[in-house]
Design a protein around this ligand. Sequence first.
Ligand code: GAR
Length: 188
Amino acid sequence: MVTLSSKLKVAVFISGRGSNLKALIKSSKLKKSKYQVSLVLSNKLNAKGLDFAKKNKIKNYFIEKKLSTFENKALRLIKINKIKIICLAGFMRILSSNFIKKAGIPILNIHPSLLPKLKGLNTHERAIKAKYKFSGCTVHHVNEKLDSGKIIIQKKIKILKSDNPKTLAKKILKLEHIAYAEALEKII
Ligand code: GAR
């Protein structure tokens, strides 16, 4: 049986809305789940995602925007809280290779495209412009290169003629909410 004390401690880094954080928290509450969200860090003061952390009584911190400050404080909190995996969920900063090395634990990211296609920003707009037939989301390991680490899970959908960036984003976000927890359980 998976007891709360035996669940792997996960930290989630956010910058905004936090719907993926919310989905991860929800899924962590299932009996069969092997992880718990123990720490939420935001580099944005008013990130809506911080409210989900507060509501769920999860330790949460806003750390000022300067990357080096964020990383140093994050490293300390990760150690103190015995975090074993970091999940980036809409975290819009690129972590330094120094941070990745010093953290010494897996760091995962969710990206709204079928990597290696469409790294970076505005993926839905670019998918439609490029007339791709499919798009989706990818959960991958983070390395020092942007959106380039080993892929853990992808979920794919067809792009319809009637889709625009907004409708596509909405459909893919739904997939993201399933994919992230699946990927996490897969690597634990
Ligand atoms: C998600 O669509 C996520 O894939 C994307 O930001 C959104 C965050 O939403 N991440 C990236 O584009 C990273 N390159 P959320 O705050 O509601 O989870």
